[in-house]
Design a protein around this ligand. Structure first.
Ligand SMILES: *Cc1c(COP(=O)(O)O)cnc(C)c1O
Length: 343
């Protein structure tokens, strides 16, 4: 990787971040007359910890990393946006996104006036590092990878990811939102070997907590501190911080849910495979299945009419005829299967 200061926007390097009252004093047991808060215990009268220390301590213990490698945001979507703002000069710098993948990368880039180069996955959704590296331009600051990938549902090949990490001089963002469903530990333990690697994780999928909006970026402490400088001071609210501590206390529950989804995945693949209308079931390492049918619009409409909403992904690269089905509860899956059978 290049020296970090060569790839960060100059205005961000020079930035004097906002210093909140709770940044300047974070001790306990004092009379707080520094933040113009209400003194009445509503009980939400106080600003939350802007550094989310307790929560980071908890996560660092769980993941076996230090707190200073963790950025916490309002969903991983916040981390994606902040990465663009820290590294990419609007109107000048560019990013590479694998195609097809998660739509937020492009939307965030467009909002920030960052150029996008899409690089196709292979037709069977494998990652081709040489093709990605061949598309790097002098202005390319970041490469976005997603493993397991959305909507293709497969893990990307470790060796191909490593090639990109070894040879690209900018930041590699590896979105591991679905890693809990993959039976693979992902890149967390090799993160330290790659100062240019940013791993995204979220509580929105396996942890069943999309409603509280908590995502994280795991990165080199220098990168984390840049993200922290740019974020809103109180970006993770008090309710979310408290609830997340409760949720993370119950890893056993999360693992049970993951197990149930994985066993439903096996069952669904078997059942869907018997239906003539399903032309292909792509291998899944996630909590959703991508299937190909002859008439995706008609099948989508049929399911909606029956009260089951899935995602029509047939317009995306290499996804002709494809529908993305999130794995639901046993009952929900039964209903979905019945509907497909009655098509
Ligand atoms: C669902 C999803 C996320 C989660 O985003 P949050 O903002 O944390 O809810 C991130 N990346 C991908 C690829 C996803 O599909």
């Amino acid at each position: 990787m290049n020296d970090l200061k060569d790839i960060v926007r100059k205005n961000i390097l020079d930035l004097v971040p906002y210093s909140s009252a709770r940044d300047e004093y974070s001790g306990q047991e004092a009379i707080l007359m520094d933040a113009n808060e209400s003194p009445y215990n509503s009980p939400l009268n106080r600003y939350p910890d802007p550094r989310q220390n307790k929560l980071k301590e908890k996560i660092s213990g769980m993941l076996g990393i230090t707190s200073n490698q963790i950025f916490l945001g309002n969903g991983s979507d916040e981390a994606i946006d902040l990465l663009m703002r820290v590294f990419c000069n609007p109107g000048r710098d560019r990013i590479i996104i694998i195609d097809p993948s998660y739509g937020m990368y492009k939307v965030c880039a467009d909002i920030n006036d960052v150029g996008v180069d899409f690089v196709k996955l292979e037709a069977d959704f494998r990652l081709n590092a040489v093709r990605i590296l061949g598309s790097v331009r002098p202005s390319t600051k970041m490469i976005f990878l997603c493993s397991p990938n959305n909507p293709t549902s497969n893990l990307l090949e470790t060796e191909e990811i490593q090639k990109i990490l070894d040879r690209f001089k900018g930041i590699v963002v590896l979105d591991e939102a679905y890693i809990d469903f993959a039976g693979d530990e992902g890149f967390l333990s090799s993160r330290k070997d790659y100062p240019n690697l940013v791993i995204l994780r979220t509580l929105s999928k396996a942890w069943a907590a999309a409603g509280i909006r908590l995502g994280m970026a795991i990165a080199d402490p220098e990168v984390v501190s840049l993200l922290d400088r740019v974020k809103y001071p109180y970006n993770v609210n008090l309710l979310t911080q408290e609830k997340a501590l409760d949720i993370l206390d119950n890893e056993k529950q999360k693992n049970e849910w993951v197990e149930m989804i994985l066993s439903e995945r096996v069952r669904l693949v078997k059942k869907l495979g018997k239906l003539a209308v399903i032309k292909k079931i792509h291998h899944s390492d996630s909590n959703f299945i991508l299937v190909r049918v002859d008439d995706p619009d008609a099948m989508y409409g049929h399911l909606v009419k029956g009260g089951v909403i899935i995602r029509n992904r047939s317009g995306l690269t290499h996804c002709e005829g494809c529908l993305r089905i999130t794995i639901g509860s046993r009952e929900e899956n039964k209903r979905m299967l019945e509907l497909i059978k009655s098509f």
